[in-house]
Design a protein around this ligand. Structure first.
Ligand code: SAM
Length: 360
């Protein structure tokens, strides 16, 4: 999967020069270590501040060891981020007048990437993938049982994150295109998918390092997760690709082109969910199917100045039927999302899972 400068059209970047936006993103990858070490030093400072009062009750050696291990793990996480960024640092010149700048918010987005790598490309993520991706692929295969003909079936997965779901769909014989607009995720998925590893599970990350709440044991934060759990070179570029850009902008003119659109934890990222459903309807071929999986955890809800239409599942369904969708399968099922297995906090979604076809 090749990422070029045409892919840098994340919605938020439109006011930026695209290469500056790339550099901004790369800079946030490179700033992870500095910002994260600073945060750990704050944790250390909080403990140091309590030595006079509670020193004799605190196992200072154990704290010191913990902080040393966390700092070491931050450095290892950072090495992965450098590995992701390096090809672009070499390929694209730094724009004139570009001032590198990162803030805690940008770096927090980078930290979340480790959990998404865990979900999509590690053995640890298999539990979550079985709760969602496997059910979707199983349903898709029920609709297209003839394996020999699957390479004629075009499947689109908008909002595909790090790309495991489109990979699995292609692995099952379909032509599959993923789409995402996050440049951070596009650069990361490109590294995972395009690096010919010597063996599976070649790389290590520490996805739970930055969880300071709800930790039971120190070692839970320090859990090492290996990736990728599968050789991504098994699937050729002709069958599987990821297209960068905003779903509406990229696909709005692709009427009647797709046999199936698969949305997983995606439709609630819309400002106006009806816009997404309308585009899905338009880009499907007659009798094409839409498979949806996920909650309605509206991403823009409560964000000042942002439009956010927050309709119920019932309203979503009424709109879809009125547009011309025929609901053929519908259920609700439990699943988690990038969860930390040993945390005292566990979120479980009662996720909607449906299949509907485009009537004509
Ligand atoms: C909650 S994540 C789900 C990722 C993946 N489908 C999964 O199940 O893990 C939503 C994804 O949609 C992407 N996204 C949000 N709005 C988008 C848009 N308008 N166009 C393309 N991708 C978008 C985000 O970058 C993110 O990767």
């Amino acid at each position: 999967m090749e990422i070029d400068s045409n892919d840098f059209n994340e919605k938020k970047s439109q006011s930026f020069n695209e290469i500056s936006y790339l550099w901004q993103t790369l800079n946030s990858f490179l700033s992870y270590e500095e910002f994260s070490i600073k945060k750990i030093e704050e944790e250390e400072k909080n403990i140091s501040g309590l030595i006079i009062k509670y020193g004799k009750h605190l196992n200072l050696k154990k704290f010191e060891e913990k902080f040393q291990k966390i700092k070491h793990a931050i450095k290892l996480n950072s090495q992965i981020l450098h590995f992701i960024a390096e090809p672009y640092l070499m390929k694209f010149e730094i724009p004139e007048n570009f001032t590198p700048y990162s803030n805690e918010y940008q770096v927090s987005r980078i930290r979340s990437i480790f959990r998404i790598i865990m979900r999509d490309w590690s053995e640890d993520g298999k539990i979550e993938r079985d709760q969602s991706y496997s059910l979707i692929v199983q349903k898709l295969n029920e609709y297209f049982p003839d394996q020999q003909k699957r390479n004629e079936i075009k499947v689109l997965v908008p909002g595909c994150g790090l790309g495991r779901l489109p990979f699995e769909i292609a692995y099952n014989g379909y032509f599959c295109e993923g789409n995402d607009f996050s440049l951070q995720l596009l650069l990361t998925s490109s590294m995972i998918i395009n690096t010919k590893v010597e063996k599976v599970n070649q790389f290590s990350i520490f996805p739970y390092l930055h969880e300071t709440s709800n930790t039971i044991k120190n070692e839970d934060r320090l859990k090492e997760v290996k990736f990728p759990d599968i050789d991504t070179f098994q699937i050729s570029n002709e069958k599987f690709s990821i297209c960068g850009g905003d779903f509406i902008e990229v696909y709005r003119n692709q009427q009647n082109q797709w046999d199936c659109v698969v949305t997983c934890f995606f439709i609630d990222t819309a400002h106006v969910i009806y816009n997404y459903i309308e585009i899905i309807w338009e880009i499907l071929k007659p009798n094409g199917i839409w498979i949806n999986f996920g909650p309605l955890q509206y991403h823009w809800a409560d964000l000042p100045g942002e439009t956010s239409l927050e309709i119920s599942y019932e309203e979503l369904k009424e709109f879809s039927i009125s547009l011309g969708f025929n609901f053929q399968f519908e259920t609700f099922t439990s699943c988690s999302y990038t969860s930390c297995p040993n945390s005292m906090l566990q979120y479980t979604y009662n996720s909607s899972f449906f299949v509907c076809s485009k009537k004509y």
